[in-house]
Write a protein that binds this ligand. Structure first.
Ligand code: ATP
Ligand code: MG
Length: 467
């Protein structure tokens, strides 16, 4: 359990000392006291404390001012007021300003301890609730894995089997095949689902920050380390750490990671103390890790450490049947979102989309659906509505030469961009030409010319217009 940090403020040094020694009886509490107003203000503003206990009547600054200051800068930090003058007026004022509670002076040890521990407990529960809510929201917004191919059914079975266990899992798959989706599903179907899921993109961690990112650091560990910071491993405690693109780690980083994974413990930078964590590791890669091991770019021992369970995601081109199902699903989802429901590809367009190779897999399919919906003018989506890159890939070189090579491609990309831009403004303005002109900062004539060139009809975007 992490330690809570408490700040005690009283102009009377004796009271400060009394509180410090009394409160250290509470477990996991680290108490600091301050009797000088200016320092007290600075400490309150730093936000480095989890709870503040302050005297009400002090010569340089009042407890009410302290309370206001904390509530303005860090509303989550509870403030307890100590007062020797319990008038109804000022206690009501304090509670109204957000004080968590107050204790009466002269201080009674038992009173002080029970009030502080109750306020700390309330804060802990609040945080837990927030975390719970966060994860419940996550869970309900979790995307289902769509597909009826045998390959996807196997993936789904694997996920539920693995979710019951606690083993580390390696997830293989080309880009956009759903590796992160699988990792989230394993986590949220496991009994760690209420604890954090911490995704880490290993290719995005600057090499010199690796240790501090993973293991955290103590205050003063290096220049700029102004406070203790928890690393990703500690954030994932009790939950799941998802190491995406694990093959991107350098060999020295792999060595450090391996040690901490074997022990499930590590030291924060600048500290000698071992911190133990309970984490489940999921890792993903789009490379052939075995080849990486052979080429000595990936440590074999780390490979075997993480390769206990596995999920292999086949590329979309190997499960053509799923293309149609995914198209249907995402046309429905984005059709609703983009106010273009019930648009479906006609047989030629579907034929084209099904035989396309989808190098970017499901992610590419999702983007293509959005673009098709933006381009579409009718309910039935035709080959003309299929994004240009797919069309030219399918229509081969002949199309490219016809268009005049690269310049033609570029012109079409520009046109597509203009088209999407225009559609989005038309939607925002409900088809009102003057509003469109103002928004795009061009003349009404230019708007008309653009609409004609892009074969767009502003009337279709009028609110309440027939689909
Ligand atoms: N079977 C599926 N059903 C529904 N949606 C899917 C499926 N597979 C992937 N997706 C969606 O496709 C998108 C890409 O998936 P994800 O980010 O998990 O891929 P990835 O393998 O991690 O890709 P990358 O290697 O590029 O990081 C996400 O929006 C995800 O929700
Ligand atoms: Mg990913």
């Amino acid at each position: 359990m992490t330690e809570a940090r408490m700040l005690v403020i009283d102009d009377d040094e004796a009271i400060c000392r009394f509180c410090e020694s009394a409160l250290t009886r509470l477990p996991n509490l680290n108490v600091t006291s301050e009797n000088r107003a200016r320092n007290a203000v600075r400490l309150c503003e730093s936000g480095k404390f989890d709870i503040v206990l302050t005297d009400l009547n002090m010569p340089e600054i009042s407890g009410v001012e302290i309370l206001k200051l904390v509530k303005e800068s860090h509303p989550d930090i509870p403030v307890i007021i100590m007062t020797g003058y319990p008038s109804l007026d000022n206690s009501v004022q304090c509670l109204r300003l957000g004080a968590a509670d107050y204790v009466l002076k002269p201080l009674l040890l038992e009173d002080l301890l029970s009030t502080v521990s109750r306020v700390l407990e309330e804060k802990r529960l609040q945080q837990e609730n927030r975390l719970l809510r966060h994860h419940l929201e996550r869970k309900s917004s979790l995307i289902d894995i769509i597909g009826e191919s045998e390959a996807i059914q196997t993936v789904c079975n694997n996920i539920s089997n693995l979710a019951e266990t606690n083993v580390d899992v390696l997830i293989w798959g080309e880009t956009g095949t759903g590796k992160e989706l699988v990792a989230r599903n394993i986590h949220s179907s496991s009994d760690r689902s209420l604890k954090p899921f911490v995704p880490v993109d290993c290719s995005a961690i600057p090499p010199d920050l690796f240790e501090s990112e993973f293991f955290g650091h103590e205050r003063g560990a290096f220049t700029g380390a102004t406070q203790r910071t928890l690393g990703l491993m500690e954030y994932a405690d009790g939950g799941t750490l998802f190491l995406d693109e694990i093959a991107e780690l350098t060999l020295p980083q792999q060595a450090k990671l391996l040690r901490s994974l074997q022990e499930r413990s590590f030291r924060r930078v600048g500290s000698r103390q071992e911190v133990s964590v309970d984490i489940r590791l999921l890792a993903a890669t789009n490379r052939d890790l075995k080849e990486e091991v052979k080429a000595k770019r990936f440590r074999e021992d780390l490979y075997f450490r993480i390769y206990v369970g596995e999920v292999r995601l086949p590329p979309l081109r190997q499960r053509v049947g799923d293309v149609e199902i995914l198209l249907e699903h995402y046309l429905e989802v984005f059709g609703r979102e983009m106010n273009r429901p019930d648009r479906r590809p006609n047989p030629e367009a579907l034929q084209m989309l099904s035989s396309y190779g989808w190098p970017g897999n499901v992610r590419e399919l999702i983007n293509s659906v959005r673009r098709m919906l933006a381009m579409s003018r009718r309910k039935s989506l035709s080959v003309e509505d299929v994004p240009l890159d797919i069309r030219s890939a399918m229509e081969g070189l002949s199309e490219k030469t016809q268009l005049g090579g690269f310049l033609g491609e570029k012109a079409r990309t520009m046109e597509l961009f203009e088209y999407e831009y225009m559609v989005s403004i038309l939607k925002t303005c409900g088809g009102d030409i003057s509003a469109v002109a103002r928004m795009a900062d061009i003349s009404r004539q230019s708007v008309y010319r653009m609409l004609e060139r892009l074969s767009l009809d502003a009337n279709e975007f009028r609110v309440g217009a027939e689909e």
